[in-house]
Design a protein around this ligand. Structure first.
Ligand code: HEM
Length: 319
């Protein structure tokens, strides 16, 4: 979606994707480390933990990759009709043709980086948590598969058009994001004025973290908050709009996740496909370990390992 129509095909596209994923993880890891300079800015020039130094390498590698992809796109576009095939193409078109939106090449790169950082690990971790929870609860897996067999059918594969007709799969996604919100502290805020909220004074320029992870487990709002139970989202109409401060996994307000609509499609489509096309097995009597590794992005402490078993009637559907 971002630059797929630019990077030639097959192998090259995959290797660029894999390299990006590795870089994204490295950058998120460094960005998520507590940095003493944030608390004592006067120390920042000493870079006591070496975080700035460590970030230089991955940042430069990312920049070089963007340069390579952008140059390839620009070359492809010379003399040909642009038709908005991927996000990069659209950005370049805005940069060159839209006078009201003055974009520099650095803006284009920053926007690409935003999408890559915001959209990769967030969706992957949500899908992994959802699968881990469902594999541990065979009755939930069964209900999800019943819904999929009814809507998609066993002689068919999941298409994007199906995902709006799968309320139970959607409630699995919502419940996963309640218990395991991918950005457990959202993205920090910094008030531009000193403000009093609920009797607490929040000084101007302080860094404020909102603990959505804890809010989603508040026993005054959620019955049996530690239980994974998608049914609670079939009854209640919680959505991702961020208007209800009991449930806002995509944040709230002006800085709410910009990729929400895409996240919805990516997570639902993959989850539906995994559950519809396969049964998932783990060792007899075993349970998937659900411990979380806390960080700026929430992950499973132990990566999920399970064996897929084909379940569709026609093997050619897997080709
Ligand atoms: C399940 C998947 C995802 C989750 C749970 C998620 C969650 C979030 C959260 C909690 C925030 C901070 C909002 C706030 O502090 O109020 C955020 C911001 C953001 N997200 Fe996502 N996100 C997901 C997928 C994506 C995707 C697919 C993209 C892009 C393609 C994306 C792009 C962004 C961007 C650019 C921001 C920063 C917005 C800003 O600061 O104005 N996210 N996301």
């Amino acid at each position: 979606m971002l630059w797929g129509a630019t990077v030639a095909d097959g192998e090259e596209r995959e290797s660029v994707g894999a390299e990006f994923l590795e870089l994204v993880r490295e950058i998120i890891d460094i960005a998520g480390k507590p940095n003493v300079s944030d608390f004592f800015p006067v120390l920042s020039r000493f870079d006591l933990q070496g975080l700035v130094k460590r970030s230089r390498g991955p940042a430069q590698r990312m920049d070089r990759m963007f340069d390579r992809i952008i140059n390839q796109r620009v070359k492809m576009d010379k003399g040909s009709e642009r038709n908005g095939e991927d996000f990069l193409q659209v950005l370049l078109k805005v940069k060159d043709e839209d006078e009201k939106t003055p974009l520099s090449m650095n803006h284009v790169k920053a926007l690409l980086l935003d999408m890559v950082l915001g959209g990769t690990d967030t969706c992957l971790n949500t899908i992994e948590f959802a699968m881990a929870e469902v594999i541990n609860k065979p009755e939930i897996m069964k209900r999800a598969q019943q819904e999929l067999d009814k809507v998609v059918g066993k002689n068919n594969i999941v298409e994007e058009s199906h995902i709006t007709k799968l309320p139970y799969i959607l409630s699995i996604m919502k419940e996963t994001l309640r218990l395991h919100p991918t950005l457990p502290l959202l993205i920090p805020r910094r008030p531009s004025e000193t403000t009093v909220i609920g009797g607490y004074t929040i000084p101007k320029d302080s860094k404020v973290f909102i603990n959505v992870w804890a809010i989603h487990r508040n026993p005054n709002v959620w019955e049996n908050p530690l239980e994974f139970n998608p049914d609670r989202f079939l009854d209640k109409s919680y959505d991702f709009s961020g208007n209800d401060y009991s449930y806002f996994p995509f944040g709230s307000g002006r800085r709410i996740c910009t990729g929400m609509a895409m996240a919805d499609r990516i997570v639902l489509y993959n989850l539906a496909t995994f559950l519809h096309s396969f049964d998932w097995k783990i060792g007899k009597g075993e349970k998937v370990k659900l411990e979380e590794k806390f960080g700026i992005v929430l992950k499973l402490k132990y990566p999920l390992v399970a064996t897929p078993v084909l379940r569709l009637s026609d093997p050619s559907l897997y080709v």
